[in-house]
Write a protein that binds this ligand. Structure first.
Ligand code: IMP
Length: 199
């Protein structure tokens, strides 16, 4: 090893998520992706809660690859839909794989004529390390579902989620720093950083 910075795997290949996390942790940790450790498997996410899924992913990496690991799971919970899509957010729309456009389209269809637009993003992060075992933190941002998509930034449901704290902008109309400041994952990640500092 040519440096003293601790390495940790973030169990994702989502470049948006990786750069969001790297921006928050700065130089304190070297964050590796699944591709960086040659993990090209589709890690099963068969849990019925965000907590279970993040734990499954962290455990998969730790058991098979040996790395200390961070794994997250995020859900968009819409009040009028009884918390859906929730743990099924990635595959809300039927069909193969993960199609953000189809997911958003289905969400807007299911919200047609619905007055209560309240929703929240929730991220759960599991940290699994040899030295400290398993810890779980979460982060929440409250907002509303817009009538139609707005903005080009970000990913996933960003164009249809308008956080309460951003003066009416959707997540996709905010730059990455402004989003990180208030987002579910930003909050969960800062809770994770606090935890790491206690170690
Ligand atoms: P995952 O658990 O991070 O894979 O997220 C589950 C689903 O929520 C995926 O469809 C993501 O696109 C979506 N999602 C996660 N985080 C965000 C976000 O910050 N903005 C918009 N959509 C997100």
């Amino acid at each position: 090893m040519t440096h003293d910075i601790p390495e940790i795997v973030f169990a994702t290949n989502n470049t948006h998520k990786l750069s969001e996390l790297r921006a928050i942790v700065g130089d304190s940790l070297r964050v590796l992706s699944l591709a960086d450790i040659d993990c090209h498997e589709d890690i099963p996410e068969t849990g019925s809660t965000l907590e279970e899924n993040s734990m499954l992913k962290a455990r998969w990496v730790k058991d098979r690859y040996g790395y200390d690991c961070i794994a997250d799971d995020t859900g968009l919970e819409v009040e009028a839909l009884g918390g859906a899509p929730g743990v099924h957010s990635a595959r809300y729309a039927p069909g193969e794989g993960h199609d953000s456009q189809a997911n958003m389209k289905l969400l807007l269809k299911n919200m047609e004529g619905v007055e209560n637009r309240h929703a929240r993003f929730r991220t759960v992060i599991t940290l699994l390390t040899d030295a400290h075992g398993c810890s779980v933190v979460d982060g929440i941002v409250n907002g509303v579902i817009s009538a139609e998509p707005r903005g080009e930034n970000g990913f996933g449901y960003d164009p249809v989620f308008v956080p309460d704290e951003a003066g009416g902008l959707s997540f996709a109309q905010m730059d990455a720093t402004a989003k990180n400041d208030i987002s579910h994952r930003g909050r969960a990640t800062r809770a994770l950083m606090k935890l790491l500092q206690q170690f």
